[in-house]
Write a protein that binds this ligand. Structure first.
Ligand code: CTP
Ligand code: MG
Length: 389
């Protein structure tokens, strides 16, 4: 076995007080698997081998070993399971105590962030190698944040443009993290706080909405809705395909993927020309065997003049649900020179996922200068939908 230079410590020793279940949080089931199993499955899809350290409640070590062995499969030799402590920080310390000698980079991850995409792990690993410091994934704060006094009275409004909501995995050079933990005198809620308290630098990489922490019963349900239909397809499973093309029209505003794009040329069409939403509708209708958008929502229908994509998607979902199907997931690809999708990809996925009530992934490509998309004449969108009944 090659000796890994990276370790992932998965802290799963909390009791999950706020979730309020009899079993510790990491052992609660979501769509047929425990939270811990979901978290570990992602880690075993990392590109390079890593030492995987699971920190579990002392009373649950056997159960944790069984779950870890299932997730590891043939990679069982990379796994160590240890008992955690009373605080998250002491649980991380217990994990650090069993690091292999060859490990140079340590990632610490909350098992409760069970649906963190593997890309988030890879970008943290890459950024630790690049910066030589600590790295944390973060999301811009969407809510307005107030500072209050101890009675709850509002004192001030904080500048949210400088605030970041922090997730895991958090990555660190091993030596500096060990030194920081050894020097720590205060209980902190994350590892970056221990690291910065010791005077070491930490930088932020892009987080992902899917890395939310399952904390409350609402979060648990949200996790089930997001992965449920995919993890447990019941009955019939059907796929469908949809393609839509619209030409650019400089005189119109651009709506694509259900969101507005300022300063971009719009798309021509009877509706708002949102090729992404229309391709998704066609994929959903095709999977359900319900025809296509042209035959369902004709241009003669005045309800659809200038209509935004979400209207078509809602109407389509009504038809699809009415025919007894639920949506497993949708994948859509934008083929175009502009707009640049990457900076808003996460936002698009969030908006469309909320609209459809199932995971939607968005990707984009250009055509190397070839064809009408290469000449910048318009946008193509290609979608695939999975339904189950
Ligand atoms: N954790 C841990 N050891 C502890 C406390 C927390 O390993 N003594 C882990 C949890 O298992 C979780 C992560 O740290 O994966 C983040 O903690 P949190 O979401 O607060 O989980 P719990 O402490 O279990 O939940 P609660 O605070 O609601 O009791
Ligand atoms: Mg806690």
């Amino acid at each position: 076995m090659s000796t890994p230079t990276t370790a992932v410590i998965v802290v799963a020793a909390g009791s999950g007080t706020r979730l309020g279940r009899p079993e510790p949080k990491a052992f609660v089931q979501v769509a047929g698997s425990s939270i811990l199993k979901h978290a570990l499955d992602t880690i075993f899809s990392l590109r390079d081998a890593a030492q995987v350290i699971v920190v579990a409640p002392a009373a649950m070590l056997d159960a944790a070993r069984t779950i870890a062995a299932q997730a590891a499969g043939s990679a069982g030799a990379y796994v160590t399971v240890v008992a955690g402590g009373d605080t998250r920080q002491s649980s991380v310390a217990a994990g650090m105590a069993v690091l292999d000698p060859g490990v140079a980079t340590v990632l610490v991850h909350d098992a409760a962030r069970a649906f963190t995409p593997v890309a988030q792990f890879e970008s943290v690993i890459a950024a630790v190698a690049e910066t030589g410091g600590g790295v944390i994934p973060g999301l811009a704060v969407a809510d307005t944040i107030k500072q209050t006094d101890w009675t709850g009275r509002v004192e001030s409004t904080l500048d949210r443009s400088v605030l970041v909501a922090v997730q895991t995995p958090q990555g660190f050079p091993r030596m500096l993290l060990e030194e920081s933990y050894a020097a720590s005198t205060q209980d902190q809620t994350d590892d970056a706080a221990v690291f910065t308290a010791a005077g070491h630098p930490v930088s932020v990489v892009d987080g992902d909405e899917r890395a939310f922490k399952i904390t409350t019963p609402w979060d648990l349900r949200k996790a089930e809705v997001l992965v449920g239909p995919l993890a447990t397809p019941t009955g019939n499973t059907r796929v469908g395909t949809g393609i839509d093309v619209h030409a650019f029209d400089e005189a119109r505003p651009l709506w694509l993927g259900g969101v507005y794009w300022p300063d971009e040329p719009g798309l021509a069409g009877h509706s708002d020309g949102d090729a992404v939403c229309h391709a998704i509708c066609d994929a959903l209708l095709s999977a359900a065997g319900l025809g296509d958008i042209g035959s369902r929502f004709g241009t003669a229908d005045s309800r659809f003049i200038e209509a935004h994509g979400d209207i078509f998607i809602r109407e389509t979902l009504e038809l699809v649900h009415g025919a007894g199907f639920s949506v497993g997931n949708v994948a859509v690809q934008v083929v175009s020179n502009r707009p640049k999708v990457a900076p808003r990809r996460v936002e698009l996925e969030r908006v469309l996922t909320q609209l459809i009530g199932a995971p939607v992934s968005v990707s984009a490509t250009t055509t190397d200068g070839l064809g009408f998309t290469g000449r910048g004449e318009g946008v193509t969108a290609i979608a695939t939908a999975l339904l189950s009944s």
